[in-house]
Design a protein around this ligand. Structure first.
Ligand code: DAH
Length: 357
């Protein structure tokens, strides 16, 4: 028995890999292994002999089994060390800047705007681009005869012959999303709605498709002071200028009362526009307190809730922030332009990580 023990302990120690170890296991303690066969002989022994040999054989079997599993573990450790050495990777090495396309300024600015308003508790809402005449106009207090309809250079959808209902339109602004959001979630509400809008217009600062972002905040005690604070927070974060000055000019929109157009401080020197300094002004958005008729159209009781809304051109603030002179180039798909004005695809704008780098 001692010979058997010495032999297997030595063989286990010498085993070079897991398959050699498995062969050994079969050879020693497998069904037809040397030790197993010895155990079978117990049956032929006298009871006295068996009493001595039984426990000894069992102890031997246990000893070989634990030698096998200790060796197995040791071999696995060696294999793991080997792998860790071979698969070593220097994560501190700078990434290769191989650009796979770039992020378009409109997408970048939409992400920036969303990050800033999300931080102030605004959720993102969306609506259809082919919009009903009612959502785009009537519900926003722009009835059929209203001059704003003509001013908006609306694209009308085709209507089947004999269909006398008002045709759907390509939405001329993101304001109809105000109505849809009120219908869907009621009040209180705090949302922004970025998206595409359409008007038949084309020159250096107008394209038939462009982008707006709408804002809407409704609650029982929201005032224009809240509007002013929210917008000033936004401009300071977006243009990365603390304490940027704003100017609220009385204006008129059918869907707000009172209404204000908002300008931000800027300077023009040697043909260079700088935001957040000097004593010039630049108009950036329309806003006001939501008109009671608009609340009613959205199914909200104007005696219980009130709030502010605003609408702003995304392309326009992108042009201002990143010094892009011609709006039409935004939609030309010119690779040279995209490489010049585009953003690295891995830099997601966040307030803590930086909006634009
Ligand atoms: N919808 C307006 C436009 O397209 C912008 C606007 C003005 C939106 C005032 C508003 C607002 O929500 O309160 O020109």
């Amino acid at each position: 028995m001692d010979d058997l023990r010495d032999k297997y302990i030595r063989l286990v120690a010498e085993a070079g890999d897991e398959s050699a170890l498995e062969d050994l296991r079969v050879q020693a303690v497998g069904k037809k292994g040397e030790i197993s066969l010895k155990m079978r002989e117990l049956g032929k022994m006298s009871p006295e002999e068996r009493q001595v040999m039984g426990p000894k054989l069992n102890a031997l079997k246990d000893e070989i089994n634990s030698a096998l599993s200790a060796k197995k573990e040791a071999l696995e450790d060696v294999a793991l060390d080997e792998r860790l050495r071979a698969e070593w990777l220097d994560v501190t090495m700078p990434a290769r800047d191989r650009r796979v396309g770039t992020i378009h300024p409109v997408s970048q600015v939409t992400e920036e705007v969303t990050a800033i308003f999300a931080d102030m508790g605004f959720a993102v809402a969306e609506g259809p681009q082919v919009e009903s005449d009612w959502h785009n106009f009537d519900a926003l207090n722009i009835p059929g005869h209203h001059p704003a309809r003509a001013e908006m250079d609306t694209f009308y959808m085709h209507r089947a012959e004999g269909d006398n209902r008002p045709p759907h339109v390509l939405r001329t602004h993101t304001s109809p999303v105000q109505i849809r959001s009120m219908e869907q979630q009621g009040a209180p509400i705090r949302i922004i709605c970025p998206g595409r809008v359409y008007r038949a217009d084309y020159d250096q600062t107008h394209t038939p498709m462009f982008h707006q972002v709408e804002g809407l905040a409704l609650d029982k005690d929201i005032s224009m002071a809240n509007l002013k604070w929210v917008l000033e927070e936004f401009f300071a974060a977006f243009f990365e200028v603390d304490g940027i000055k704003t100017r609220f000019r009385a204006s008129h929109f059918p869907f707000t009362e009172p209404s204000a157009e908002v300008d931000i401080q800027c300077s023009w020197e040697d043909g260079q526009l700088k935001i957040g300094e000097g004593d010039g002004w630049l108009e950036v958005l329309g806003s006001g307190m939501v008109h009671p008729k608009v609340l009613q159209a959205g199914g909200i009781d104007p005696y219980e809730y009130q709030g502010f809304a605003f609408g702003m051109g995304i392309d326009r603030i992108a042009m201002l922030k990143y010094g892009i002179p011609d709006l039409r180039a935004f939609f030309d798909s010119d690779l040279r332009w995209l490489r010049h004005y585009g953003f690295a695809s891995l830099d997601v704008p966040t307030l803590h990580g930086g909006l634009s780098r």
